[in-house]
Design a protein around this ligand. Structure first.
Ligand code: ADP
Ligand code: SF4
Length: 687
């Protein structure tokens, strides 16, 4: 199909200093959890985006010196020759598809805790970065940089730039954002200096200008130089000579870099979950850039709609469409737009499991794209699945797992029949995506259904509850059971052990709400799942007008949501809706009128009034259907259990499991062997 001419602006080449990008799709630097210890994994992950049409593909942060050490968070380095060879694998993979490769040179300053290098963190004035935030809590207080430290910082960037060019990078970043060292110089809260680097805006900008010059001179103008800056705090600050300090800073630097890459200040707003921020949410903060500088500007906003992207360029907000999450969810997004296949885009759902992977210290995982991070280790391609099989597969259950298994099995060449008991496909998502803020999560089902409907070797059977006899009568060669899990009414005991539920009226689970039951108010939601669902249900019930209390075993609402950047939004939503919040408590009793609570640490006992109790606690997997078939002794048919039925989990786990089930169907176990990556060896002997 031909490209929609409306999207032509996205495919115009653009000069970025001495380099030219072939189009406007720019994979901005983003964390992947892939350090130099896994250089082939990283190269394949980034190279896949170049294959999918991104004009520029960047690394995540690459430390310029051991005084910027983010451990235990995964962080790349560009400290020595072994690092050059490790990065060169990635630039080769990117260049192989005609894309430019960028590297984000990074010094974290006071926001780099240096747990491994044990060097005192550096800072303009000794002000710690978020000192009671869990990620920074154990830090020693930062050292105030003297003139020698500033000279050294500039030299580290220059040296790193030389190595980066040797590694084959085209675009070299100076990173003045997200609390990292050059950004701390820009903000008067962190910069109290009285020398040439502190005081006036002109002085605070000096370090960034010198870093840009040093990087440019080190590579003699052969590489493009980009400046990545956070804008939220600066934009909120009045300036005597411009509309805000952000305008003033950009005005002073307007000719210094070849490219501006603009973003927010805090991860929860920069990489905001779709639950609380729409596509393009950065625009009000960064929309002034083109009025101050003539240099190209790239920015992000979880852009998945080509109309929004083209509009950004047409309206003069951005020159290049930055993508981090959309490029993870669909590395082939540019190619699909180019070929007029917008319907095939696997749109990011904004769940932030990818950023949670980084917080977990592991390679990136993606809910929508189960192949992310597995391009090299498992040789999984997000678009190409080898047609290596014939035969028939019956999949029972049309939730996220069944849909993913069906799609992957069909792409492998199997004839696929997908039977779902309900009238609609989508499983748990039918309920969950109807909760406040979770509409975009339905894309997990919609994308797969859309693809399945285009395939000739797929038959979809809604309204088809299957019994063991039905399955055997169907006579497929392979059966995949993906019948999901059930929420239980079990409570939370000592050491988080499940304890038997209570015998009381009006105790409900999410499954009961999904079936349409509405609790009587006042209602309490007891959450010891501690991810998104408990707070989303509390929001939902409050929106129905019920007086709602949210009780959690955690110290904060949806405590694990700190990993997905949902925590601030969850608290704001509960507050806005008047939901009473009770933390660090367990429910010990309920009689239909009063709930007994105990504090998880002190044991202190409290009571609150409620007519109904919704328990968002644990799910039970397993499948009676699977058990009956497994016990049937029919060895002409292979049988697999997948998704929540096999092991209840987040969507990311369920989709991955199902993908793996379908990929390995009818193959010997040795085919599933994982390749092991390792660091590029040092050339100099370790003394
Ligand atoms: P998962 O996340 O593993 O996909 P879900 O609970 O979202 O699990 O989806 C499971 C789906 O399986 C539900 O839509 C449910 O209606 C369907 N299902 C369960 N048992 C049967 C059955 N015996 N026959 C057909 N569909 C079933
Ligand atoms: Fe988007 Fe979720 Fe995938 Fe991240 S994990 S890229 S937010 S779909």
């Amino acid at each position: 199909m031909a490209r929609n001419p409306q999207y032509d602006p996205l495919f115009q080449p653009l000069k970025i200093g001495p380099k030219t990008t072939k189009n406007r799709f720019f994979q901005v630097p983003h964390a992947s959890g892939m350090t130099n210890a896994a250089p082939h994994v990283r190269a394949a992950f980034r190279g896949m985006k170049a294959e999918g049409g991104w004009g520029v593909v960047c690394t995540g942060a690459a430390s310029v010196d051991p005084s910027s050490d983010d451990s235990p968070f995964p962080c790349a380095t560009i400290w020595d020759d072994a690092d050059i060879r490790a990065h060169a694998l990635m630039t080769d993979a990117v260049h192989a598809h005609g894309a430019l490769a960028g590297i984000e040179l990074w010094h974290g300053g006071a926001a780099a805790v240096n747990r491994t290098s044990r060097i005192a963190p550096l800072s303009p004035s000794g002000v710690p970065w978020m000192p009671t935030h869990v990620g920074f809590m154990s830090a020693q207080r930062p050292k105030i940089m003297d003139a020698g430290d500033i000279r050294a910082l500039i030299q580290w960037h220059a040296d790193a730039a030389i190595r980066a060019e040797q590694a084959g990078f085209d675009i070299l970043y100076v990173y003045a954002g997200m609390g990292y060292l050059p950004y701390q110089f820009l903000l008067p809260d962190y910069n109290h200096r009285t020398d040439a680097y502190g005081g006036s805006v002109r002085n605070r900008v000096r370090l960034v200008a010198e870093l840009l010059d040093a990087v440019r001179e080190a590579t003699h103008g052969r590489c493009a130089v980009a400046l990545r800056m956070s804008m939220q705090e600066l934009r909120a600050r009045p300036s005597e000579v411009a509309e805000s300090e952000a305008h003033e800073v950009v005005g002073l630097l307007k000719d210094a870099p070849d490219l501006f890459d603009v973003k927010m200040d805090y991860s929860a707003y920069d990489c905001a979950p779709s639950r609380f921020a729409a596509e393009g949410s950065h625009e009000p903060v960064i929309n002034f850039m083109k009025s101050v500088t003539d240099k190209p500007v790239v920015g992000v906003g979880r852009f998945t709609s080509p109309d929004t992207m083209a509009g950004m360029i047409r309206r003069g907000v951005l020159d290049l469409i930055g993508g981090a999450r959309p490029s993870i969810a669909d590395p082939f997004l540019p190619q699909k737009i180019d070929e007029g296949r917008e319907d095939d885009i696997r749109e990011c759902i904004g769940c932030n499991m990818c950023i949670a992977s980084w917080h977990d210290g592991v390679w990136v995982r993606c809910t929508q794209n189960p192949t992310a991070g597995e391009e090299w280790r498992r040789n999984w391609h997000p678009e190409i699945v080898t047609r290596d099989r014939a035969g028939q597969v019956l999949i029972v259950g049309g939730g996220p797992a069944g849909l993913e298994a069906a799609l992957t099995a069909a792409r492998r060449g199997f004839d696929v029949a997908l039977a779902e008991a309900r009238d609609d496909f989508g499983g748990r998502l039918l309920f969950e995506s109807a909760l406040p803020g979770l509409r975009a999560w339905m894309r997990v089902a919609e994308y797969r259904l859309g693809q399945l409907r285009k395939l000739h070797n797929v038959s979809l059977y809604p309204a088809s509850p299957m019994t063991g006899a039905d399955v055997r009568d169907f006579g497929a060669d392979h059966v995949i059971v993906a019948t999901g899990a059930r929420w239980t009414t079990r409570l939370c005991g000592a050491n988080e052990l499940p304890v038997p539920g209570l015998d009381a009226p009006r105790i409900l689970t999410p499954d009961d709400l999904a079936k349409g039951q509405v609790p009587e108010g006042p209602v309490a939601v007891f959450d010891f799942d501690n991810y998104y669902l408990g707070t989303a249900i509390a929001e939902h019930l409050a929106t129905l007008g019920l007086q709602t209390t949210y009780i959690t075993t955690g110290g904060a609402a949806g405590a694990w949501g700190i990993m997905t950047n949902e925590q601030p939004g969850m608290h704001q939503a509960l507050e806005r809706l008047g939901v009473a919040l009770r933390t660090s408590e367990i429910v010990t009793g309920f009689d239909g009128a009063t709930i007994d609570l105990a504090h998880v640490f002190s044991g202190a006992v409290r009571q609150i009034a409620a007519r109904s109790l919704v328990i968002v606690g644990q799910r039970a997997g397993g499948s009676a259907l699977y058990d009956s078939l497994a016990g049937g002794g029919d060895d002409r048919m292979s049988l697999s259990l997948t998704g929540d039925a096999r092991a209840p989990g987040a969507l990311v786990h369920v989709v991955y499991q199902a993908h793996e089930t379908a990929r390995s169907l009818d193959l010997a176990p040795s085919n599933a062997k994982l390749r092991r990556d390792g660091p590029v060896p040092l050339t100099e002997p370790v003394t």
